[in-house]
Structure formats: C-alpha cells, structure tokens
Design a protein around this ligand. Structure first.
Ligand code: IPE
Ligand code: IPE
Ligand code: MG
Length: 253
C-alpha cells in the first residue's frame, strides 16, 4: 500500500483540508476609493466567516495564507499596518476560537514580526492545543521554498550527526520535517482575486491538491462563494495517477 492509499478517504465530496490564498484585499479597497488597509480589515471579517463555515460543515483543517515571505517587499506603511492587524486579531479572536473548540497554529518565521507577536502566537497555540473541532493554521511570513529548505537543512543535520543515512531520505522523511507534519496534505486549494498562481504557498504539500481559482476578491468571498467552491470540489475525480476506470470500479479495473 502506498502513502496515497493511506491518506485519501475512499470517497469524499467534502474536502478535509482546505488551503486558501486570500487575495484581492487591496483591489477591493481601491475599487471603493478606500485605503488598502480597509480591504485587509474586511478580509479579517471574511476569515471569521470562513472559519465558522468550516466548523459547521465538519471540515477538519483550514490553512490560510495571510502574509508571504515576499510581502515584506510592500510599502513600509502597509507592512506596519498588517503587522498591527495581526496583533489585534490575535488579541481579539483567540478566546472565541478556543471557546469554539478550534486549534490555532501559525506556520512561517513569526520571529520576524517581533517578540510581542511571537509570544502571543506561542500562547495561543498552547491554549488551544487540545482542541479538536477544526485545525486553523495561519501562514505568516511563510514561503514554500523556505519550508522545504528548512526541512532539507534538518535532514542534513541529522546526516551530519550520523542519525540518518543519505540513502534513507525518502519523500516521507522530508514531509515529516515540513511545517504541519501532522495534518493531511490539503485536498482543496482556493485562490481568490483572479490570479492563477501559487505564489510560494505550500509548494510540496499541494502536489496533488485540487485547485480552484476565482476572480472574486477575498473581501467578497462569502459563504455562498465558498459553497460554489465546494460544489466544484465535489465534481472532481481525484485519480492520483490511476485511470478513471480504476477509480469508478476499483475491483474490476
Ligand atoms: C491579499 O490581498 C492580502 C495580503 C497579501 C496581505 P492583497 O493585499 O494582495 O490585495 P491585492 O492583490 O493588492 O488586491
Ligand atoms: C499571496 O498574495 C500571498 C497572500 C495572500 C498572503 P500576493 O498578492 O502577495 O501574491 P502575488 O504577489 O500577486 O503573487
Ligand atoms: Mg495580491
């Protein structure tokens, strides 16, 4: 039995792990003659709605790209305001998340946001560790290449220390050293805002993920839009290299 047989449920019309690139906040604000930060503020509200929807539907994991390792290239003011918004959201939302049984986590190099944020993230992760309803992960100062490079470094250290042989390195060994080692890889990816690219999100983990791109800007991505996305997922046939016949009649094909 290979790993794919182990991780994929026999038939599933509801994704177990949804990963989202929440894009389009700036354009949403601009189209209203507002400052970009207003779009980011509205974006936080939409996060709240999506988290609630995922909890209600029984989706096990939700991973949201909030700030990429490349977003430091933005104007200083926008970066500063995004940092403030992150801090505010950590202060205001964690209690509610905990009350709803949501396990909160962050992937990415949070130390770069400063000690106040890093400490709050650590405390929030600790506080919600035992929750099982929904695994909510925020990717902040995250990059897929950073993640893979880190995992490679860790493997190299283990080889140097004599704990592992180079010939023993497998895809599973590498996966185990990436961020989110204990969460099944996303089965559904959504990107709002019209761009059709991955922008250095979960590069390794998206290898066999179903991709969904919508022109709807993130602040407009409401429950109805999420339902449309889920409807699209439900029509997909996930083949993992096999033929359609093998999937439809596994015993005969
Ligand atoms: C996504 O919205 C949020 C972040 C990257 C922080 P954008 O800010 O990229 O919005 P657009 O793409 O400029 O409209
Ligand atoms: C991707 O959006 C990152 C986040 C949503 C946090 P960007 O707006 O930064 O992506 P690019 O630059 O258009 O690829
Ligand atoms: Mg963008």
């Amino acid at each position: 039995m290979n790993t794919i047989d182990q991780v994929v449920p026999a038939s599933s019309t509801l994704p177990q792990h949804v990963a989202v690139i929440m894009d389009g906040n700036g354009r949403w604000a601009k189209s209203r003659g507002q400052a970009r930060i207003q779009g980011h503020r509205k974006g936080v509200e939409m996060v709240r709605e999506l988290v609630a929807a995922c909890g209600e539907k029984g989706i096990a994991a939700l991973t949201l790209f909030a700030f990429s390792s490349e977003n430091w290239r933005r104007p200083k003011l926008e970066v500063r305001l995004l940092r403030q918004l992150f801090l505010l959201a950590l202060e205001r939302e964690i209690e509610k998340l905990d009350a709803h049984g949501i396990r909160f986590g962050v992937i990415g190099d949070v130390a770069a946001f400063g000690a106040d944020i890093a400490e709050r993230v650590r405390a929030a992760e600790e506080r919600t560790r035992a929750n099982t309803r929904l695994r909510l992960t925020i990717a902040a100062n995250y990059g897929g290449r950073w993640d893979i490079t880190r995992a490679c470094r860790e493997l190299a250290r283990e080889v140097e220390a004599g704990r592992l042989k180079a010939s023993e390195i497998t895809p599973e060994q590498l996966s185990a050293r990436l961020s989110l080692p204990d969460v099944p890889e996303p089965d559904f990816f959504i990107r709002t805002g019209g761009e059709q690219r991955i922008s250095n999100f979960l590069l390794w983990q998206l290898a066999y993920t179903e991709l969904y791109f919508t022109p709807v800007l993130w602040p407009d991505f409401d429950r109805r839009q999420f339902d449309l996305a889920l409807q699209s997922f439900a029509t997909r046939q996930r083949r993992f290299g096999r033929t359609g016949e093998q999937i439809e009649a596994p015993r005969r094909a």
